[in-house]
Design a protein around this ligand. Structure first.
Ligand SMILES: [Zn+2]
Ligand SMILES: [Zn+2]
Length: 368
């Protein structure tokens, strides 16, 4: 028998072409607003409204039911009956849990609510991490890097619930629907009876009739992901980039975990990075240090520039090239490049050079 036709869109206050996201948003807002506990003065009205909102959401959030409703203006009674012991109500339970936190949830739904929750508790998926490697120069300019990793995605066949669509629930065969296991132990002192929560059904008294044949009841399926990550300019060795929601699917419809991309920067023999400044050593000849010169200097981002070394440069002198360091990963502002000049003193000289040096010593009045 069909239910009396109601305008579910009007109840949730969304348009007919609203997205699933919008429907969910509207539902969450309303269900929070009309929670009967928040309306002690007109609890009855709130309860009515609350039920109506649930019903509307149950239909509009389910693509199959929504299609049926859009076409016929109602959803068949049997459709509801099939799921009323499992899916939609627990959805509401879980939503409440996240709105009001555990305490309120337990007060409102009592002991049973908390048992219900154990079996079908929504849990977020695990985070995943992958490591990528970039050259030193790439760490300064940024790079798109292809990555591949395995993750669990929500099983589309059962919408992450692990239940074969249309299967529903049946009485737990272990505890016969009581949710508890009774144990009797006989001893010389008499019979001891103890009870504990049934772990086949988690205390709910119900088990899934048929597990989803695609995911085997886990609600998740493994998938190989091939994508690219944008490594921003300025990363340093060990930088962790978080990509929200790119980790494993949650349990029982819980949210996705995150993906952490850990960046390994290959060291470069020439350059050292400290904060956003970069250091390089160059070596010039002692004659160059005395007379001055211009040298070709490698730049951290690749390429080179000409650096003028003035006459009389002392060993260990440091030159600063402003803005030639690493960009800050946060602000993009670039640090500086510091060039330390070493002066090479020849370990041996030719006889001709020695003759000239002795002549120099004489001119300078230097004792040798
Ligand atoms: Zn059981
Ligand atoms: Zn499945």
């Amino acid at each position: 028998m069909p239910r009396q036709s109601k305008d579910y869109y009007a109840i949730l206050g969304v348009s007919r072409d609203a997205s699933q996201e919008d429907i969910k948003k509207a539902y969450k807002k309303l269900v929070k607003q009309w929670h009967p506990d928040l309306h002690p003065d007109n609890k009855k009205e709130a309860e009515e409204k609350f039920k109506e909102i649930q019903e509307a959401y149950e239909v509009l959030s389910d693509p199959q039911k929504k299609a049926m409703y859009d076409r016929f203006g109602y959803v068949g009674e049997t459709e509801f009956a099939q799921q009323s012991s499992g899916g939609p109500f627990e959805d509401v339970f879980r939503d409440f849990e996240s709105f009001f936190g555990r305490d309120v949830f337990d007060i409102f739904f009592g002991e049973r609510g908390s048992e219900e929750r154990q079996q079908t508790r929504r849990r977020s998926g695990e985070d995943i991490s992958v490591t990528v490697e970039v050259d030193f120069a790439e760490s300064l300019t940024g790079k798109q890097i292809p990555i591949e990793y395995d993750r669990y995605e929500k099983c589309e066949h059962c919408n992450g619930q692990g239940v074969e669509p249309g299967s529903g629930y049946q009485t737990c065969p272990r505890c016969h629907g009581t949710g508890v296991i009774r144990e009797e132990r006989r001893s010389i002192f008499g019979v001891f009876v103890s009870t504990r929560t049934c772990n086949t059904c988690g205390g709910t008294g119900k088990v899934v009739k048929e597990k989803c044949h695609i995911c085997g009841g886990t609600g998740r399926v493994k998938k190989r992901i091939r994508t690219t990550v944008n490594i921003p300019a300025g990363v340093s060795d060990g930088t962790r980039l978080r990509i929200e929601g790119a980790g494993n699917a949650g349990y029982n419809g819980g949210s996705y975990g995150d993906l952490y991309v850990i960046v390994h920067v290959k060291p470069d023999k020439r350059f050292r990075r400290q904060e956003d400044d970069i250091y390089i050593d160059v070596t010039i000849d002692y004659v160059q240090a005395i007379l001055g010169t211009t040298i070709k200097l490698d730049l951290p981002t690749g390429g080179s520039t000409m650096l003028r070394i003035p006459a009389g440069t002392q060993p260990g002198s440091i030159f600063r090239l402003k803005g030639e360091g690493a960009p800050s990963i946060r602000t993009g502002k670039r640090g500086d490049l510091y060039v330390t000049v070493n002066v090479r003193i020849p370990q041996s000289v030719s006889s001709e050079e020695a003759k000239l040096l002795k002549e120099l010593a004489r001119i300078r009045g230097t004792d040798i």
